[in-house]
Design a protein around this ligand. Structure first.
Ligand SMILES: [Mn+2]
Length: 332
């Protein structure tokens, strides 16, 4: 499928590049790198995401160029959607075909609800890795800025090159990117450190909600909207808090259940690798990866109710999970 993607990218002249709503480091890094690569080939590119770029990703070169509204009357030869396994994650303002042209989807999630005309899926650690492959295939030059965006996408999705998706290929690509001028510490500092005070205070409160179930195998954190508001924080600041629940000794799965600004309740799920949390998320219409997934409960669901349902599903998934020898770490 990568050949078909390369073909479409060579053929078109005007591209829309977008990703899922609430974009993370992979979504943004992949969008920005792909945009630069296409421009280096003389193409016109509009970068688009209805949601704002979270502050910690604003160091990414070109992040200030992402439009939140599509100018009226735009038409594209093709639209590239990155890091998105389900069209519903594109939101209600997703334009029609007369605007998008051919829809090309680049995705690496295990759960994927087919959409688009050309779909390139792989088990790459990040879509950024796939963008690197596409650049190679196109024979496009990769400047330091594009390299930094790809490196940031891979750093985000591998948790700083720690998760089981950190393959020899991923590290070889990372090495290649560093040779192009990427500074690993600079990227990691922006992604994982440099916290605003509001975020640290929010974390303190969220940690206070910790509950464990199933003899300590399930750990759950909750984020009521009011504590986000009380600290003048924003929803994107809770990204990664779930890892604190997973790091607890004896935990197999963790969940972070939060009230979103739009009245829905979102659940993020993480696993140490024994339990496939994407299957649990799929029970509630969500999806993701084996060890990292999420789902959204409709408006009107209370935080307590969503939490109860998530815990129930996670405990059930534990029962169904095979007893693996300790020290087993599943690949994705
Ligand atoms: Mn991703």
């Amino acid at each position: 499928m990568i050949e078909r993607v390369a073909l479409e990218l060579r053929a078109g002249n005007r591209f829309l590049v977008t990703a899922h709503l609430s974009p993370d480091g992979d979504a943004l890094g992949s969008m920005l790198a792909l945009g630069r690569i296409l421009e280096s080939l003389g193409k016109e590119v509009l970068l688009y995401n209805p949601d704002p770029v979270p502050r910690r990703y604003r160091f990414l070169p070109g992040s200030d160029r992402i439009a939140r509204v599509l100018p009226a009357g735009e038409r594209f030869d093709a639209t590239i959607v990155v890091d998105c396994g389900d069209a519903k994650l594109l939101g209600p303002s997703w334009p029609g075909r007369e605007v998008t042209g051919t829809v090309i989807v680049l995705d690496h999630h295990r759960t994927h609800v087919a959409f688009g005309d050309v779909v390139y899926r792989s088990d790459a650690c990040a879509v950024g890795e796939m963008v690197f492959r596409i650049a190679e295939r196109l024979g496009a030059a990769l400047d330091r800025e594009a390299a930094e965006c790809i490196y940031a996408s891979m750093t985000t999705d591998t948790g700083g090159f720690r998760y089981s998706s950190t393959t020899p290929d991923a590290l070889r690509i990372a090495a290649n990117l560093i040779e192009r001028g990427v500074e690993p510490w600079k990227v990691s500092w922006h992604l994982f450190e440099n916290w605003p005070m509001a975020r640290l205070k929010l974390l303190l409160e969220v940690l206070g909600t910790l509950e464990v179930h199933a003899s300590g195998r399930v750990a759950v954190l909750q984020v009521p909207r009011r504590i986000i508001d009380a600290h003048g924080a924003s929803s994107d600041m809770i990204e990664g808090f779930i890892n604190y629940a997973r790091m607890l000794e004896g935990v197999d799965v963790s969940a972070l259940v939060s009230e979103a600004e739009d009245g829905t309740v979102r659940a993020s799920l993480r696993s140490v690798g024994r339990v496939a949390v994407d299957r649990v998320a799929a029970e509630y219409g969500g999806g993701g990866h084996l060890a990292a997934a999420g789902c959204t409960f409709p408006r009107g669901t209370t935080l307590a109710e969503a939490t109860r349902r998530v815990v129930e599903a996670l405990v059930a998934a534990l029962d169904g999970s095979p007893e693996l020898p300790s020290g087993h770490w599943s690949r994705r």
